[in-house]
Design a protein around this ligand. Structure first.
Ligand code: F6R
Ligand code: MG
Ligand code: MG
Length: 372
């Protein structure tokens, strides 16, 4: 690894979560332990991090890192890139599936944006006590966070703090991204809930990027989103997403942040990125999508930040209070699978990651007869 002078410890801490799939074990189901070991050794060798935790969900490696270098820091992104390259070498040596698949370039170009890996970063001054939860999902897309984030920060049936906590009662601002036109817009909740929902109810295009406390302006949540690019007449670039949420003391409590996942909502992804299925909350040890390459998974790792150190993790979905959610997710999965290749289990034509439609259409074009 390269050597670094390190950043000066300041008041503003950065929490960076950078993830990539650089090879699956077996197929697209999991990360081989040798890759996780490699990632840990790369990050331990660096002097620019204050702390880190390496984890995974399905076939994605998640690098959870703290430092004082700010968001979009070239050195931090370069370190993550080098780490994924080193893991790719291990993946190649074991002939793991899709080795290096998320690294879209041969060389690092200063910033992770557009290079394949997913990034969620936030900067904040550590509060006297700073509980955060890092959510990591596999076999789905960034818009999968829209519904739970809406519930956490705008739904009083989920978050009673919006009603009875004087510090949360003012509400929150939602920054929403249009992933196709690459634009952003901010909505105030609760005043503009109906306008907000017009957009985030369409998670294939509009994603909640960040949430801010309305009075203090403090960052409360941030997700990984990436622009969708129009290629071959289809928008591509959807990715297994991550989400960081700060909790307590005027923000939703830990239990309010976890509560939306007690009802496994339907998300896009699953087999071949082309199906709708329930998002099943699981601990890291159960984050190995198997049935029909799924169903889609979400893991929640809680940390207490302490002078930049990540005290944890607490693997929240290991708790039996999410057993019923898993059962429900499996029942929904059973039902959805009965629909086989029919919508709405299979995604509609524009949203599928895989399609043979142009080829089949081309082959059969002469058999289509115009009706008068
Ligand atoms: C979905 C996913 C898998 C693969 C499927 C086919 O996000 O990762 O469902 O799409 O296993 O993979 P390939 O085309 O690599 O054989
Ligand atoms: Mg994969
Ligand atoms: Mg994945």
């Amino acid at each position: 690894m390269r050597s670094h002078a390190g950043f000066t410890m300041g008041k503003i801490l950065t929490l960076s979560v950078i993830k990539a799939d650089v090879g699956g074990f077996v197929g697209h189901s999991d990360v081989h332990p040798a890759l996780l070991e490699k990632a840990k050794s790369c990050l331990s060798a660096s002097s620019i991090l204050t702390d880190f935790h390496v984890s995974h969900v399905g076939d994605d490696i998640n690098l959870i890192m703290t430092h004082y270098g700010g968001r979009n820091n070239g050195e931090i992104h370069h370190l993550a890139w080098d780490t994924f390259i080193a893991c790719t070498e291990v993946a190649k040596s074991l002939k793991l599936y899709g080795a290096g698949q998320d690294l879209l370039s041969d060389s690092f170009s200063g910033n992770m944006r557009g290079m394949g890996p997913g990034v969620a970063e936030m900067e904040f001054e550590e509060r006297p006590s700073e509980p955060v939860i890092v959510f990591m999902a596999d076999k789905t897309e960034p818009g999968a966070w829209n519904l739970p984030v809406y519930k956490m920060f705008a739904d009083p049936f989920n978050t009673i703090g919006l009603v009875i906590d004087p510090k949360a009662h003012c509400g929150f601002n939602f920054e929403v991204r249009d992933l196709i036109e690459n634009k952003k817009v901010t909505f105030a909740a609760p005043e503009e809930l109906y306008d907000l929902l017009v957009f985030i109810g369409a998670p294939g295009r509009y994603c909640v990027k960040a949430v801010f406390h309305k009075q203090t302006g403090e960052i409360a949540a941030v997700s990984s989103t990436q622009r969708l690019n129009l290629m071959a007449g289809r928008y591509v670039g959807k990715d297994d997403p991550v989400l960081i949420v700060r909790c307590q003391s005027g923000l939703p409590a830990v239990g309010e942040v976890l509560e939306p996942f007690a009802n496994p909502h339907l998300v896009s992804g699953w087999m071949r990125g082309s199906h709708t299925g329930p998002l099943m909350p699981v601990p890291v040890a159960q984050a190995t999508p198997a049935r029909f390459d799924g169903p889609p998974r979400v893991v929640a790792l809680g940390f207490q930040m302490c002078n930049g150190k990540l005290v944890g993790p607490q693997d929240f979905f290991a708790d039996p209070s999410f057993d019923n959610a898993r059962r429900k997710a499996l029942d929904v999965a059973d039902y959805m699978r009965t629909l086989g290749p029919f919508e709405p289990h299979r995604l509609h034509l524009e949203e599928m990651e895989y399609t043979t439609l142009p080829d089949v259409m081309h082959r059969l074009k002469d058999r289509f007869v115009k009706l008068s």
